[in-house]
Design a binder for this molecule. Structure first.
Ligand code: NIG
Ligand code: FE
Length: 398
């Protein structure tokens, strides 16, 4: 089947490697271009209409499918009361320490049947797709024991097969310290569990923060994971600064995520490292917290990726236009930098930039098509809906 997309304007980064600093604003802009797709891949660009096509779609704006490199799918059920408690003055940590927060999601997940979990999370992936997000990362971390972490992996396996979007798994057993464990013992337990999940994912993540895992346990856990061949990611400096960025850089982590509470030294470390800063402004918005110093990071030469942190506690948001709007407003990023961060740089974090993250010949046909829009429009209009989404050459219409 031959699919052709006429784009009045196409914006994309070029290549398979992360864009750093000023490179983030360098996009290719093609106008009045016909993108030809065969067998799910981009085969050529023409500046005239080809003679034959099975389908011809038209759009005013075409961008690569958004890659959300940080979500906490799969989970089960929501936490509306957390939201109301926070608005009435309790902090995220107070709720967590009183046994709510992540622990509430852990009991909901443990209590759900496999079928319920698949239905609930499959539906969420379909919402992502309709909003133009064609790839997401999925983390475990609401199981907190072998049985339930593996249950989450089984859900992810099914999502990989039946969901319309790409799903890239991460093991995050180190999300919280389960009741009845001290953190030393739990980390020992997780280190043993690593062998069980080795064939299920390439990444491990740990929540290194006050009230979660300390520097000592983070370091020994990540060392064990690295030895077993995992790529490392860290929830760093989300609630406080206990030195997580330094560990991320020293351990050559693929990403340090959140970074709400970092200082100039951390900015310097990150900027000189190969660790990508994954920023999620909807979490700051939802927790009514500070925003990561994105501008300083970019100006110092760091690579930034954007994500939603979609989860039932600190960021119940599937809305790429809001992520981008907050990135303009509070991260001080330009529309061009935002597009690079949300496509190629996120794809690089997930290790899939050879096939996704840009609109180029040889890559998968994975893009979002808007009517009546330019690049700025999709960051200004919160809730804008794309007309079509093309995923591996398959067309979805809104
Ligand atoms: O990235 N900080 C830890 N994990 C999530 C929140 C998870 C939850 O509240 O359920 C985060 O903010
Ligand atoms: Fe997170």
């Amino acid at each position: 089947m031959k699919l052709v997309i006429y784009a009045k304007r196409l914006y994309t980064s070029i290549g398979n490697s992360p864009k750093r600093g000023h490179q983030m604003s360098q996009l290719e802009k093609l106008e009045n271009i016909f993108i030809c797709v065969e067998d799910g891949k981009i085969v050529e660009f023409l500046n005239h209409k080809p003679r034959s096509a099975d389908f011809l779609l038209e759009g005013d704006l075409v961008v690569p499918g958004f890659v959300d490199c940080h979500t906490h799918i799969p989970f089960y059920g929501y936490r509306e009361q957390d939201f109301l408690r926070r608005v009435s003055g309790l902090s995220y940590s107070q709720i967590h320490n009183s046994g709510g927060g992540i622990y509430e999601s852990v009991s909901k997940l443990r209590g759900a049947t496999f079928k319920e979990l698949v239905r609930f999370n499959l539906n969420l992936t379909k919402i992502f797709l309709r909003k133009g997000v064609t790839t997401i990362e999925c983390k475990t971390g609401y199981g907190l024991d072998e049985e339930n972490e593996l249950k989450q992996f089984r859900v992810i396996e099914i999502l990989k097969k039946i969901s319309p979007i790409d799903v890239i798994p991460t093991f995050m057993g180190a999300h919280a310290i389960p009741k009845g464990f001290n953190q030393q013992d739990y980390i020992d337990y997780l280190i043993k569990t690593l062998d069980l999940v080795k064939d299920k994912c390439d990444f491990v993540d740990i929540f290194c923060d006050t009230g979660a895992f300390d520097i000592y346990n983070t370091q020994r856990y990540l060392e064990a994971a690295r030895e077993k061949g995992f790529k490392l990611r860290i929830h760093a400096n989300e609630l406080s600064n206990i030195g997580a960025v330094k560990i991320a850089v020293q351990m050559n982590a693929i990403s340090a995520d959140h970074l709400l509470k970092i200082d100039d030294k951390d900015i310097e470390f990150l900027s000189q490292s190969g660790t990508t800063a994954v920023l999620m402004p909807t979490t700051s918005f939802y927790l009514n917290e500070t925003y990561a110093p994105a501008r300083k990071l970019i100006d110092n030469g760091a690579a930034i990726a954007l994500g939603s942190d979609f989860n039932p506690g600190s960021s119940p948001v599937i809305e790429p236009s809001l992520v981008m709007n907050l990135a303009v407003r509070f991260l001080g990023m330009s529309p061009q930098e935002i597009l690079s961060a949300y496509t190629i740089n996120s794809a690089c974090v997930l290790g899939i930039a050879d096939r996704l993250g840009t609109v180029e010949i040889g890559k998968e046909a994975d893009f979002v098509i808007y009517k009546d829009a330019d690049l700025e429009t999709i960051m200004y209009f919160i809730g804008i809906v794309p007309k079509y989404i093309v995923k591996r050459g398959q067309i979805f219409e809104n």
